[in-house]
Design a protein around this ligand. Structure first.
Ligand SMILES: [Fe+2]
Length: 396
């Protein structure tokens, strides 16, 4: 991509007190969109927004998996309340639901069922005529607070739809690590694997740029260093802050490049076996990296072997040969996953042989059609894709 987009980011412990100055005078009403789990914790944020002169209404109906139906329900709440600020408070599911609802609020001419078709990188949306968007993440994973993309589930068709446009990048992202302290170790671990997936996918995607590369590398290094600490001690505020920053940095990395193979596989796993997004990405990551270095890459695409060898060295692996460095990089991810208790195979994730067999063709079909295949640096279809899923089931 020949451009770079980012929200204004406020970050660090105690940052909530700086929000007032950013939003004061920009509107009179704010809809705070969240889910039932996070609603009790939104009171502190609501108080700060009220202090900046806004009437605040809380909408807590966001679902665990952001869906077309959830976006439609969010839009209805926005239309009823008519805010000038949309605030998303929660994990990636809440932020994506709120982003989609915001689009539908700004553009009532777009039918919810058509949102994936109507919103594309080239659309002119004029999203800010009614409201601006504040994202306050409470997990450290999706990076949605910094990206131009939305992923929703179409429950009726049992598939994921993804769409992107520059205007969808939030105006403000508030990274207050205090809001992530409540995440249990399992959620910290799986969302952290999403960060690593974004960093590696964004670094090896066909659309990578000099700008995205630097961010992806930094996010990798931070996740390797800080994720085990955040999982081990959720009260470690330095680890929480570093992981929250890493998630946003990876978000800007892949948001200005693209996600690729691990996400194509993960979306299929998520829809088929209802494995959480972060865990699905973690499961797919080592197999995808192995695959893109073992198969010929497309022309005019950076060589994944060179890229991964350079990232291995950046995270402290100093083998003489690129091949050894890549092997040790994949081992490093595997060790990290073992340390934080994430499954390394579909078998370990609880998928039975019968379930796997019965769903293998669907897994392949869904992944082959996933938009992330277009950013994957090499061909991955048919029997090769099937073999990849079979390897993921058995394990490394
Ligand atoms: Fe992701």
């Amino acid at each position: 991509m020949p451009y770079f987009v980012s929200p204004k980011i406020l970050f660090g412990k105690g940052i909530l007190k700086r929000l007032d100055a950013e939003i004061k005078g920009r509107g009179k009403k704010a809809l705070l969109m969240t889910d039932k789990n996070m609603a009790p914790q939104s009171a502190q944020l609501a108080e700060v927004i009220q202090g900046a002169g806004y009437e605040v209404m809380v909408w807590d109906q966001a679902e665990q998996e952001p869906s077309i139906d959830g976006a439609a329900a969010g839009k209805e709440a926005l239309v009823r309340f008519q805010p000038q600020m949309v605030t998303a408070f929660g994990g990636g599911s809440v932020i994506d639901t709120a982003k989609a609802a915001w689009i539908l609020y700004a553009r009532p001419d777009i039918e919810v069922q058509q949102i994936g078709k109507e919103v594309s990188p080239k659309s002119r949306l004029n999203l800010r005529e009614k409201a601006f968007f504040l994202a306050v993440p409470t997990t450290s994973g999706t990076g949605s607070e910094c990206t131009w993309a939305v992923v929703l589930t179409d429950k009726a068709k049992n598939r994921k739809i993804a769409f992107a446009n520059n205007e969808i990048v939030p105006d403000l992202a508030l990274l207050a690590p205090e809001f992530t302290v409540g995440m249990p170790p399992g959620l910290t671990a799986s969302t952290g694997m999403d960060v690593l997936g974004h960093a590696f996918d964004g670094f090896t995607a066909r659309q990578q740029t000099d700008f995205s590369d630097g961010l992806c590398l930094q996010a990798m290094k931070m996740a390797f260093s800080w994720l085990p600490k955040a999982v081990k001690d959720g009260g470690d505020m330095v680890a929480r802050e570093k992981m929250q920053n890493a998630a946003a940095i990876a978000g800007m990395g892949f948001g200005n490049s693209n996600t690729s193979l691990s996400h194509a596989l993960a979306h299929s796993l998520g829809v088929t076996f209802h494995i959480s997004h972060g865990r699905s990405v973690g499961l797919a990551l080592i197999y995808s990296l192995d695959y893109i270095t073992a198969n010929p890459h497309f022309e005019n695409t950076p060589d994944p072997k060179e890229k991964l060898a350079s990232s291995a060295r950046f995270v402290g692996i100093n083998n003489a040969s690129d091949q050894e460095a890549i092997k040790n990089l994949i081992q490093k991810i595997k060790f990290l996953m073992e340390e934080i208790g994430e499954p390394l195979s579909l078998k370990e994730a609880g998928v039975s042989p019968n379930q796997f067999e019965a769903n293998l063709d669907d897994l392949v079909t869904r992944a082959s059609k996933d938009v992330n295949m277009y950013s994957t640096p090499c061909e991955c279809q048919g029997e090769k894709l099937k073999d990849l899923f079979c390897r993921m089931w058995v394990g490394y």
